[in-house]
Design a binder for this molecule. Structure first.
Ligand code: ARG
Length: 576
C-alpha cells in the first residue's frame, strides 16, 4: 500500500503550492476512509486548510477538479472524489492485480518492512517464578511478549527475547525444606513443576501454624544465599527441572526465548550496584534499611533490608544495567502486569537518578487481567487456574467439536491441539492490551464467531480450494485487470485488506498492541468469506486461465492469513 500512498501524496503535492507542504507530511495524513464505499485511501483536507487559508470542504472540491487529469495518467488510481472535507481515492484494477502479484512473489515476507533497521529491542516477558506452575495470569504476558517479538521482527527490528525468571527468593527455602523433609524423587521426576509447587504450598501452610518451619525455611534460604554447595546443587536442579517444565508449555504456545536469565544471575552484581549508588550519594537509611528516595508521592525504593539482603528491585536495577552493557539495546520493553507499575516506575526512577540517560529507553508494557464469564472452571487445587489445565480443556473441547463436525478427519488429535490452543491464544491477543480478557468457553471456540478457530477454519478452507481435485494440475497465477471478477466489490475489498497488512503491522508496533493484527486477521477472513460467496471460484464452465487467476488470489489470501496467525503465535491446520 505504501507505493500507492506515495502516488497519492505526489499527485496532491503537484496540485498545491509545493513550498508549503512536504511529501511526508501529506503521506502521513493519508488514511482509510471511514466508509469503504467512498474509496480506498482518504486525504483529510484539514491538513491544508490553515496554510491555504481556505475551508477544507472547498479545498476538497477544488482539488477534485484539478486532480482529474493526474488521476487518468496514473496506472494505480481509478478515481478521486470529494466527500465533504475528504478527498477519496480508489485503486485501479491494475493496482489490485499488482498487490496480489506482490504477495505471490514475496510470500511470507509480504508486509515486512525495514522501519526497525539498526534498532535493537530487548523484550522481557513471561518471567514466572520457578518451582511454581504457570497459571492463567501468565498467559497474557507470555503470549503478548512473544507476539510483540514476532511483530517487531517482521518490521526489521533486532529483538532479543528474554525470560527474567524469578529464581531467587524466599520460596526456595520452603521448597528445599519440603524436599529435604518429605521429598519423593519419583514424584519429582514425573511432574517436576506441579510437584515442586505442591511442596511449596504444603510447607507454606505448615509454616503458618508452626513457626519452627518458617525459621528453618528461612535458614535454608540464607544458606543458599551463602552458597552452601549442597543446597546450591539442589536449587540448581530445581531450576533446571522448572525450566524444562516451562518449556513444554511454551512450546505449545509457540513461545521461544533467546535467553533465560534468572534473578539469581544478578546476585554477584549487587555489590557494585550498591557501590555506585553510594558514590552517587543516593543511598539513604530509613528504618534500618537502605533506600533511594524518589519523587514526591512515591514511596522510596528499597535496596537492602535491615539484614543487608538484596530485594526484588535491587536485582531489577542490577539487571537493567547489565542488560544495557551486554546488549546495547535502543529500547527495553518490560511486559509485566500492571500490578507492578509502581515497582517498575521505582526502578526506572532510580536509574534516572543514577544519571543513566538510557533510563528513558525502558518501558513498562502493562496489560489487563483475565475474567471468567461464567465463573465455572475446574481447578485441581481450587486456587489458581493453571495454564496447562486451560490448554488441555480447550483441546478436549476442540476435539469434541471436530468429532461432531468432521469425524472423518485424519490427525484429529493434532488438529484439536492446534485449534484448542489457538482458541485460547487468539482470545487473549484479540483483546486490547489494557483491557481485561473475557474468558468464555462457548465464545472462544465458536467456529463462526470472531475467534481463532474461525480463522484457522478459513485457512483450511482456502487450502482445500487450492488442493481440490477440480483444479488438479492448475497453477495459481496473478490476476489480470481485464478479468471481470476483479471489478467486483468483494474482490476489491479483499485485495485492499491484503494491501493494508504492512500499515497494520507498523501500527501494532507503534502502540505495542498485537490486537491490531488480530483484528486485521478477522477483517481479512470476513472479506475472504464474502469473496468466496460471491465469486464462484471452482465454476465448471470457467476457463482454465480465469480459474488460475482466482486461485492466485486465494493463494495470496492464504499466505497473508498464515503470516498473521504466525505473528500471533498460532499454528494453522491444512485440514479441519
Ligand atoms: N517474577 C516476577 C513475578 O512473577 C515477574 C518479573 C517481572 N520482571 C521484572 N523485571 N521485574 O511476579
Amino acid at each position: 500500500m505504501k507505493e500507492f500512498f506515495t502516488t497519492v501524496s505526489r499527485i496532491i503535492l503537484n496540485n498545491i503550492d509545493p513550498d508549503l507542504f512536504s511529501e511526508s507530511e501529506i503521506q502521513s495524513s493519508l488514511e482509510r476512509p471511514q466508509n469503504a464505499d467512498h474509496g480506498d485511501i482518504a486525504f483529510p483536507c484539514f491538513v491544508l486548510a490553515k496554510k491555504l487559508k481556505k475551508a477544507p470542504v472547498q479545498i476538497a472540491k477544488e482539488l477534485e477538479q484539478k486532480l482529474v487529469s493526474s488521476i487518468s495518467s496514473t496506472e494505480d488510481l481509478a478515481s478521486c472524489l470529494a466527500t465533504g472535507p475528504y478527498l477519496n481515492f480508489k485503486l485501479s484494477p491494475k493496482a489490485l492485480c499488482k498487490i496480489v502479484n506482490q504477495v505471490l512473489i514475496e510470500k511470507d515476507s509480504f508486509g515486512n518492512s525495514t522501519i526497525g533497521q539498526s534498532q535493537k529491542i530487548l523484550i522481557e516477558y513471561s518471567s514466572p517464578n520457578v518451582a511454581k506452575e504457570l497459571h492463567i495470569g501468565h498467559f497474557r504476558n507470555t503470549i503478548l511478549g512473544q507476539s510483540l517479538t514476532n511483530i517487531y521482527r517482521s518490521q526489521g527490528y533486532e529483538v532479543i527475547s528474554l525470560n527474567h525468571l524469578g529464581d531467587w527468593g524466599a520460596q526456595f527455602g520452603k521448597v528445599a525444606y519440603g524436599y529435604l523433609h518429605y521429598g519423593n524423587e519419583e514424584e519429582l521426576k514425573k511432574s517436576p513443576l506441579s510437584y515442586l509447587m505442591s511442596l511449596y504450598i504444603k510447607v507454606s501452610a505448615e509454616a503458618e501454624s508452626n513457626p519452627q518451619v518458617e525459621i528453618e525455611s528461612k535458614n535454608l534460604s540464607k544458606k543458599i544465599e551463602e552458597k552452601d554447595p549442597e543446597l546450591i546443587k539442589l536449587w540448581k536442579r530445581f531450576c533446571e527441572l522448572s525450566i524444562n517444565g516451562l518449556k513444554l508449555v511454551y512450546e505449545r504456545l509457540g513461545v521461544y526465548f533467546d535467553h533465560y536469565i534468572g534473578e539469581s544471575f544478578y546476585m554477584d552484581k549487587v555489590d557494585s550496584l550498591i557501590q555506585s549508588l553510594k558514590e552517587k550519594n543516593l543511598l539513604e537509611e530509613s528504618d534500618g534499611a537502605q533506600v533511594v528516595f524518589l519523587k514526591e508521592g512515591d514511596p522510596p525504593c528499597l535496596i537492602l533490608t535491615r539484614e543487608g539482603t538484596s530485594l526484588y528491585a535491587t536485582r531489577d536495577l542490577a539487571a537493567a544495567i547489565w542488560r544495557k552493557q551486554e546488549f546495547q539495546f535502543n529500547r527495553c520493553l518490560y511486559v509485566v502486569g500492571s500490578e507492578q507499575k509502581l515497582h517498575l516506575s521505582q526502578v526506572f526512577q532510580v536509574l534516572e537518578k543514577m544519571k543513566y540517560d538510557w533510563s528513558s529507553q525502558l518501558e513498562h508494557i502493562a496489560y489487563g487481567l483475565y475474567r471468567f464469564k461464567d465463573g465455572k472452571f475446574s481447578t485441581r487445587k481450587g486456587r489458581v487456574i493453571l495454564a496447562e489445565e486451560v490448554l488441555n480443556e480447550a483441546v478436549d473441547k476442540a476435539k469434541q467439536i471436530i468429532e461432531e463436525k468432521n469425524p472423518q478427519l485424519a490427525d484429529k488429535a493434532k488438529v484439536a491441539e492446534i485449534v484448542g490452543v489457538g482458541a485460547v491464544v487468539f482470545n487473549d491477543l484479540s483483546t486490547e492490551r489494557a483491557k481485561d480478557v473475557e474468558f468464555d468457553w462457548n465464545r472462544i471456540l465458536d467456529f463462526e464467531g470472531d475467534t481463532g478457530p474461525y480463522l484457522q477454519y478459513s485457512y483450511a478452507r482456502a487450502t482445500s480450494i487450492l488442493q481440490s481435485d477440480k483444479v488438479h494440475g492448475y497453477v495459481s497465477k496473478s490476476p489480470k485487470p481485464e478479468s471481470t471478477w476483479i471489478h467486483e466489490k468483494a474482490t476489491h475489498e479483499l485485495i485492499k485488506q491484503i494491501a493494508f497488512l504492512e500499515s497494520n503491522l507498523s501500527a501494532s508496533v507503534r502502540l505495542n498492541k498485537p490486537s491490531i493484527v488480530a483484528n486485521y486477521a478477522i477483517d481479512l477472513a470476513h472479506r475472504f468469506s464474502s469473496f468466496y460467496q460471491q465469486i464462484r471460484i471452482l465454476e465448471t464452465n470457467a476457463s482454465k486461465e480465469d480459474t488460475e487467476q482466482k486461485l492466485g488470489l486465494v493463494s495470496a489470501y492464504r499466505i497473508v492469513l498464515e503470516k498473521t496467525l504466525h505473528l500471533l503465535c498460532m499454528k494453522v491446520p491444512e485440514k479441519m
